[in-house]
Design a protein around this ligand. Sequence first.
Ligand SMILES: Cc1cc2nc3c(=O)[nH]c(=O)nc-3n(C[C@H](O)[C@H](O)[C@H](O)COP(=O)(O)O)c2cc1C
Length: 406
Amino acid sequence: MTSDNLSGRKLYEKIGSPKTVLAPMVDHSELAWRVLSRRYGAELCFTPMFHARLFATDEKYRKKMWGDMDGDPEKDRPLVVQFCANDPDYLLQAAKLVEDRCDAVDLNLGCPQGIARKGHYGAFLMDDWDLVYKLINKLHKNLKCAVTAKIRVYDDWEKSLEYAKMVLSAGAQFITIHGRTRDMKGQKTGLANWNILRYLRDNLPKDQVFFANGNILYPSDLKRCTDEVNCDAVMSAEGNLYNPGVFWTKDNDKEKQFPRVDKLLREYFEIVKECSGEASRVAMKSHFFKLMYEFLNVHKELRPIIGRTSVSAPFEEWEKIVQQVEEIVAKIYEKEDIEKLDQITDGPTEAWGGHYKKVPYWRCQPYFRTVNGEKQNMRELEVAASNKRKNEIEEEDRKKVKVSAA
Ligand SMILES: Cc1cc2nc3c(=O)[nH]c(=O)nc-3n(C[C@H](O)[C@H](O)[C@H](O)COP(=O)(O)O)c2cc1C
């Protein structure tokens, strides 16, 4: 670690002790989205994962991913820049290019996709601890800013703990733990396990800066997660994509926690127009679809219009879509009984300790992935690293019985 670097806890305090963290998301946590998310309560943001070798060697790739405004001290801090890598030299070369415009550089150890398997990075480095150590340590020893890491868990709790300890011993200053295993993706995403996160938190040094990731649907889940895991901050990805208001905890203002799609779309669109750089522009179409997910299930006529509008179409074309949404929602608010219709209500308490909410379709709300025709989270789902631990406890109990019987 170089001299102007700070220890994890001091750095955390220096950047304002953030409690809410926008997750790194390929093609989705780019500058414009970060600006919007910060307005709705994200206190720390991660960039999308950048490919370290390409970032270091391919200027075209770098310019596409990292524009003049990224990391701007006024608009885009605190910021963690995330890379995937499997070569310490390329990683350092890439990180050096951003070290003056961010607060930390993060190593992605969580990506479970086929492309990461093929490229030997992300969660597939969980099989190569030696390389993980070298990657983190290289940055720790040579970078001006801090290095951090984002990991997944194994089914085995002890192994997860040893892994986290190794990552920290290499020099990671903050650790983010996504409470799902590497196999939990796509149809098998299931639920993150906050119990294993609590176990890891309790068994790592008390002063360790610890971010929990997984299962955030509503603003109220942030406190539940913080209390259950005893973490410093909570990171959200999908919850934020479908509703940036998920980070709003200052009060219960529904305009902030479950914003109207017309207002949010307009606000986001105006931000994109002000953001230089290709990434914000390219990501806009996907964000339109996600922000309006429920709304488009009702106003299906808008889907093909957005679908056929090119990401590089002039802003005037996108303006027409935004206006169309504004007109539709304006009509909804002309209804006589709108006050009654515009309520957000709680459902019963579920087995997982929280409850689902009924949110009007013209407001941003969480997305429930459909698996085999059923909405996920609406039924019992596989919980990461739960069976393994249960089996281990049973085995330990069996051994104890044997010993006492002997
Ligand atoms: C669209 C999308 C892109 C993602 N890209 C990245 C990434 O670049 N780096 C990373 O570490 N995780 C990435 N993830 C994983 C998230 O950061 C997060 O760990 C995961 O979605 C679990 O959090 P959630 O339950 O709040 O969604 C991505 C997730 C989504 C939905």
